[in-house]
Design a protein around this ligand. Structure first.
Ligand code: IMP
Ligand code: MG
Length: 336
């Protein structure tokens, strides 16, 4: 499967980062290229004892043999980017497309000062909305205009397409989630761009005929940060009682927690062109499944849930995450 897209099926924070990292270690991609909006995204990846919260660099960075790319559709905040490159020692294998839009300090100020964005929509305050607005107005700067980014600038679209043509494995990493897509989500409570698989491909400059697989990641108990409708949301008391408590990687706001939403999952899978499902947080469906690495070791409760997911969505569940650690995963891709 030379080119695989990995996207979030609910409202973001489905655990894409871990799924990307796992698939990278299994499939040995030469390139992991991210699409998505920009540094409003936050992925948390846990490797051993160490937790990484990152916003610009693809979460696949934990797989050290791949080049990391940021596609031309993505907004780059040079301060966040350079900080992460430094923190992760990614220099030498991280590349930015020269056409990426740039987030200025002023965009961040506009995002935070806007009552509409910061209060009504509940934006992350990372400047993405105003920066995309300026990009559409065609007044923003591009990554190639910034001398401090010059060591990292390449034509990402070309680099990715050359690798695909050679038959190398490439992962296109989505950010955010389907429910906050500008086109398909709960408008106006959405982010400033589409977040579906087609957009992620376009963000990286990859045409639809080049995509072999679309893995949609769903959380057993979906979450949402910020404002907007969430049909299966449960009360905070209920989620706390269940021991589920999560905070956003970027804003540290407490995430709203909901029950499995089969209807939304099906619709999301349809628009994403889902070929396979990755399900995360199965240890919340049944804590006895924590850390399990073989399908046969899952409890009946978990298996019933997985069958329900497959029935709701109409695609096979091929990856099951059973805990936060990279090794806590069941991979059925070769077995089915
Ligand atoms: P913005 O993208 O910062 O403008 O925020 C718009 C909405 O999308 C807010 O509800 C944010 O909480 C949400 N959002 C943006 N990026 C992410 C993400 O990566 N994960 C989860 N929610 C996000
Ligand atoms: Mg996140």
């Amino acid at each position: 499967m030379p080119c695989t897209i990995i996207v979030g099926g609910f409202f973001g924070d489905e655990g894409k980062g871990k799924i990307v990292a796992h698939i990278a270690h299994q499939d040995h991609p030469t390139i992991i290229s991210r699409g998505g909006v920009g540094p409003n995204a936050g992925h948390t990846v846990l490797v051993g004892e160490k937790e990484y919260g990152i916003r610009m660099i693809p979460s696949g960075f934990v797989y050290e043999k791949a080049d990391l790319c940021i596609g031309p559709g993505v907004l780059v905040d040079p301060r966040v980017f350079l900080h992460e490159v430094d923190m992760l020692g990614a220099s030498g294998r991280i590349f930015v497309d020269g056409r990426c839009g740039v987030i200025e300090e002023e965009h961040i100020a506009r995002d935070r000062e806007s009552e509409h964005l910061s209060k009504k929509i509940g934006s992350t305050g990372s400047g993405c909305g105003p920066a995309n607005a300026d990009r559409v107005l065609r007044i923003s700067r591009q990554a190639k205009d910034l001398p401090e980014l010059s060591p990292y600038i390449v034509d990402v679209a070309e680099k990715v397409n050359v690798a695909i043509k050679k038959g190398e494995n490439v992962i296109l990493e989505g950010t955010q989630g389907f429910g906050i897509s500008l086109y398909f989500g709960t408008y106006p409570y959405v982010t400033s761009k589409d977040t579906s698989a087609s957009q992620i491909a376009a963000d990286c400059g990859v045409g639809p005929t080049q995509i072999d697989d679309v893995i949609v990641v769903f959380k057993a108990f979906p979450t949402r940060v910020g404002e907007g409708p969430f049909s299966t949301e449960m009360s905070m008391d209920k989620s706390h009682e269940m021991g589920i408590i999560e905070y956003g990687t970027v804003t540290h706001r407490e995430r709203r927690i909901g029950n499995w939403d089969g209807q939304m999952a099906r619709y999301s899978a349809m628009i994403n062109g889902c070929t396979q499902i990755a399900i995360t947080g199965i240890d919340r469906v049944d804590p006895a499944c924590f850390g399990v690495t073989e399908y046969d070791q899952l409890t009946e409760t978990a298996k019933v849930f997985i069958r329900q997911v497959e029935e709701d969505v109409g695609s096979p569940v091929t990856i099951i995450s059973t805990g936060p650690e990279l090794s806590q995963i069941i991979d059925l891709r070769t077995k089915r």
